[in-house]
Design a protein around this ligand. Structure first.
Ligand SMILES: [Zn+2]
Length: 169
C-alpha cells in the first residue's frame, strides 16, 4: 500500500495577475498532487476582499486554503496612510472567519531601490501594532533587512515581557 504525500504551500500569491486566469486549473492540479493547504497573503488594501473570496471559492479543492491581510513593502509607495485604518476594519470584519489567519505580507525591503525606508517603517510598525492588538501572527517579507526586522520584533517582545512581568508584581 502506498501513502500519497500531502503538501502545504506556506506562501503563494494566487491573486497575482499571471496566475489568476488559470486559477481553477492550477488549484485542481495542486489538489491532485496532494496539496492540502495554501497560505495566500495579500499585498494591498484593494485586494483584501479578493484574497478572501479566492480562499472561500476554492476551499473544496484545497481544504486548508487560508489567507492573511496586509500591505506588502513593495506596495507601500501607492498605499495611503489611511490603508492602515482599512486594514484594521478588515481585521475586525474577518476575525470570526476561520480562513483568516493573520497579518501579511508585511516587512521591510532594502534590496529593491527607490523604496523610502521611513515609509516602509511606518507601514511595518503600524501593521505590527495591529498584529499585537489582535494577537495575530504575521507573514514577513525580509530582504536585506533582517537586522531591522529582528530589532523591531525584539523590541516588541521585550515590551510584552516587561508588561507581563509588571503585571505579576
Ligand atoms: Zn510574498
Amino acid at each position: 500500500m502506498s501513502i500519497s504525500p500531502s503538501w502545504v504551500d506556506t506562501h503563494c500569491h494566487l491573486d497575482a495577475p499571471e496566475l489568476l486566469a488559470n486559477l481553477p486549473l492550477i488549484l485542481a492540479e495542486a489538489s491532485q498532487k496532494g496539496v492540502q493547504a495554501i497560505l495566500l497573503p495579500s499585498v494591498q488594501a484593494s485586494d483584501f476582499d479578493h484574497v478572501k473570496e479566492i480562499a472561500h471559492q476554492y476551499s473544496k479543492q484545497i481544504p486548508g486554503l487560508v489567507y492573511t491581510l496586509g500591505i506588502h513593502p513593495l506596495y507601500i509607495q501607492k498605499a495611503k496612510e489611511s490603508d492602515l485604518q482599512v486594514l484594521q476594519e478588515a481585521i475586525e470584519a474577518n476575525l470570526e472567519d476561520p480562513r483568516f489567519v493573520g497579518i501579511g505580507e508585511i516587512g521591510l525591503d532594502y534590496f529593491v531601490e527607490g523604496l523610502d525606508p521611513q515609509r516602509q517603517a511606518f507601514f511595518f510598525q503600524g501593521q505590527l501594532d495591529l498584529a499585537q492588538q489582535y494577537q495575530l501572527p504575521v507573514v514577513l517579507h525580509v530582504r536585506r533587512s533582517q537586522d531591522a526586522i529582528l530589532k523591531a520584533l525584539r523590541q516588541r517582545t521585550k515590551d510584552r515581557l516587561s508588561f507581563s512581568r509588571d503585571s505579576w508584581i
